[in-house]
Design a protein around this ligand. Structure first.
Ligand code: BGC
Length: 746
């Protein structure tokens, strides 16, 4: 009897549900334009339903801050939450989606977000490392693969790319971006957005992307995470905003606010950023989500007295969705009733959010992204691992190679592989490694062993830990080193020393690692230092004394294979730094496109801009990276000596020759200096680059184009314009490229 009752109840529930869905779906038939479909859903919604769509809660998976609410399943059932983050895997998300679709009044599907930053399961190099490849196609591909895997694991939305320009290596989050340069940052932002979003959001292998953290988060004072930002509007617009603008032009569907204040207003309450610039100037029609509880944090900033006022400020500024702070959840209804928030403003946000749910095809098939079979097939697919290895080796930067220490010969008989990171797997996937499983990552030791095979004796010991003062392991390391023909020593940071809330005031190698390297170098054997770290380090001794020095960042799942490819010459390194390496932390902030000052450095003149105790120059400049080959640059020319705004683009040509002895890739960089401006201009600015492959001995003539648009900046009246005058052009292998010519813009 009970059973029959249950069947009866179940069919009633089913019938009600079927009617509801039919009703919703008739009104939202796929053939109709999205805006009409959004209208038809909005007509069915109460104000409470609408506020629910504007609320994003974390699931009970890993969190990056305090979880304000538990019982999110009940919230889903009650239609009080429109999006969930940190929940992943096809099966888990399918179940949550089922609750939303089948157990809520309207059956509006949930949106699932996650920090798929440099891979979902197959982990690629940390973004800063990957940017050192200067290979836009490869970066687009890595984002594409991340999306393919994540979209099979129940996800719709990644909180990436992080497009914050960062010029302070103390700031741990420098690791998550594309370095210090605005032009390069903008190109990489486009590539990553395209990679994640693909060409059709409704496909089952695309994610919506999120340009974060809007804006100027990378300018945190003293490199301390979450610290205040105090920059001019000119610097904001010229340095920090262009990558966001590029992401918007590339079609990014969401923006995330930043934690910092700007012009005295926290970003989540900044109408200037969120409405005046983003909507009115740039025409963005996606939605804006806050960073984690950043609405509530406005109370600590001291700009509102309580969460309710914070919600009001934030919504009126232009935030559409509250991440985890529950301020919209708790207060929007009251604010609407009190007339402090208009229903029109709420409708705007809900429309933006629903529009994207339609674009993703969630109303047509809410389970499209939750297919366990597809998940199994896509995660760690062999072609993904292959691509991860390829981009990992492209991201490695050869910083020093005295007497051709590298590449090492595969004919070697005994090799010592030492250092705390030599056999490590855990750190290799870096911070923000999504659902990555470090146990799947290939350690340097394993990569080398696989490369050399059983015939070569590969000896290993740690020597010391990453941190701490214990040197007892040195003895063993030196004993191994003495019996080996060459030594590879892997040192650096642990993954959690960069990323969020991981600023360091001292950016030297932690612990006694440098001492270990010094002891190994003192043996007189060939020593290759392999650095693994998420930020520029201050390593003057290594930079001047290590026989060979490789910057390998945190390269991800295939790290060991990728590094071994470079060590033994199966891949000729081609990475170039996208961020300056200082000599010491006292030089920070140090970046290549600084201003000249009125007293440029003159070593003969005390009263010029310099330090008493360290040169002005960095340890390694932006754009720098060696190859096993030498490249020669010659014949830098322009097709005219004068050009103007209306004429066809200026052609800049230059010949690059690979002098050998290996085939290899080179990143050819074009810089411009505006000699005289109505406001002072940087000493150089990157305006173009090409990554080319040249066979040993081969040469190529490359053509760059420049238009007056490329020379624009905010003039004295804050008008975006190119000013007539002389421009110096430089083409070469890094930001110090000496080869130069000039051209006049009339
Ligand atoms: C970070 C964001 C991240 C968010 C969600 C925050 O703490 O600042 O970058 O997307 O957490 O995990």
């Amino acid at each position: 009897m009970k059973y029959l009752q249950f069947i009866g109840l179940a069919s009633v529930v089913f019938l009600i549900h079927a009617f509801k869905l039919e009703d919703t779906f008739q009104k939202t038939a796929p053939a109709k334009p999205i805006e009409e479909r959004v209208d038809s859903v909005m007509k069915l919604m109460t104000i409470e339903d609408k506020i629910g769509q504007m609320t994003l809660f974390t699931s009970d998976w890993a969190v990056t801050g305090p979880t304000l609410r538990e019982g999110y399943r009940d919230d889903i059932k009650a239609g009080k939450v429109g999006a969930i983050f940190n929940a992943h895997t096809a099966a888990y998300n399918r179940e949550l989606q089922r609750i939303a679709v089948e157990e809520t009044r309207l059956g509006i599907p949930l949106l699932f977000g996650y920090d798929v930053i440099h891979g979902y399961k197959t982990i690629f190099p940390v973004p800063l490392g990957e940017s050192a490849s200067w290979d836009l196609e490869a970066m687009e591909k890595s984002a594409r693969i991340a999306a393919i895997e994540a979209a099979a694991a129940g996800l719709h939305w990644t909180f990436a790319p992080m497009v914050d320009i960062a010029r302070d290596p103390r700031w741990g989050r420098i690791c998550e971006g594309a370095g210090e340069d605005t032009y390069l940052g903008a190109r990489i932002a486009e590539a990553r957005v395209k990679g994640f979003q693909g060409d059709d959001l409704s496909k089952d292998n695309t994610l919506i992307a999120c340009a974060k953290h809007y804006a100027a988060y990378g300018a945190a004072q003293a490199g301390r995470d979450y610290h205040s930002v105090d920059i001019s509007e000119r610097v904001l617009r010229e340095t920090y905003l262009p990558p966001f603008m590029a992401a918007q032009k590339a079609g990014v569907r969401t923006f995330m606010t930043s934690f910092n204040e700007l012009f005295g207003v926290p970003a989540s309450g900044s109408r200037f950023l969120l409405t005046d610039v983003l909507r009115d100037e740039w025409g963005f029609d996606g939605f804006v989500v806050t960073d984690y509880t950043s609405i509530n944090e406005m109370v600590y900033h001291g700009i509102v007295a309580n969460d309710k006022d914070a919600a009001e400020l934030s919504l009126n500024a232009g935030v559409d969705m509250d991440m985890q702070g529950a301020t919209y959840y708790n207060y929007l209804l009251q604010l609407v009733r009190e007339g402090r928030i208009s229903v029109t403003r709420v409708n705007e946000s809900v429309r933006r959010i629903l529009r994207i749910k339609f674009e993703l095809g969630l109303f047509d098939d809410p389970y499209r992204y939750s297919d366990t079979e597809r998940e199994k097939a896509r995660v760690f697919a062999p072609e993904h691992l292959e691509a991860a290895r390829d981009i990992a080796r492209k991201s490695i930067v050869l910083l020093r190679n005295e007497k051709n220490t590298l590449p090492l010969s595969k004919q070697i008989r005994t090799l010592a592989v030492v250092g705390p990171l030599a056999a490590n797997q855990r750190e290799l996937i870096g911070s923000w490694s999504g659902a990555g499983d470090y146990k799947q990552s290939v350690s340097l030791l394993d990569g080398i062993k696989t490369k050399l095979g059983a015939g070569v004796k590969v000896l290993h010991t740690e020597g010391c830990a990453i941190t701490g003062q214990d040197k007892t392991g040195f003895k063993n390391a030196l004993a191994l080193a003495k019996t080996a023909e060459a030594i590879v020593v892997a040192v650096g940071e642990s993954a959690d020393m960069s990323g969020e809330a991981a600023s360091r005031s001292d950016i030297t190698l932690p612990g006694v690692q440098e001492e270990l390297v010094k002891a190994l170098v003192a043996t007189g054997k060939p020593v290759v230092v392999v650095l693994m770290n998420g930020r520029p380090l201050a390593i003057p001794w290594l930079a001047e004394n290590a026989p060979a020095l490789l910057e390998t960042w945190f390269l991800g799942t295939q790290a060991g294979h990728a590094i071994a490819d470079v060590l033994f010459g199966d891949y000729n390194p081609s990475g170039k730094l996208t961020v300056t390496f200082p000599r010491n932390v006292g030089q920070v902030p140090i970046f290549y496109n600084a201003k000249n000052t009125g007293r440029p450095m003159d070593p003969q003149n005390k009263y010029t801009s310099k330090y008493l105790d360290v040169p002005n120059t960095p340890q390694f400049p932006f754009g720098f990276g060696l190859s096993y080959s030498k490249f020669e640059y010659a014949n830098l020319k322009t097709d005219r000596s004068v050009f103007n705004t209306d004429s066809s683009p200026l052609k800049v040509t230059c010949t690059v020759r690979n002098l050998g002895p290996y085939d290899g890739e080179e990143v050819v960089q074009l810089y411009v200096k505006d000699r005289v401006g109505s406001v002072t201009r940087p000493v150089r600015e990157l305006k173009g680059f090409q990554k080319i492959f040249l066979k040993n001995g081969e040469s190529k003539t490359l053509t760059f184009t420049l238009t007056a648009d490329d020379l624009k900046f905010y003039n004295r009246d804050m008008i975006w314009t190119a000013e007539p005058g002389m421009f110096d052009l430089y083409v070469g292998a890094d930001s110090n490229a000496p080869l130069t010519t000039s051209v006049e813009l009339r």
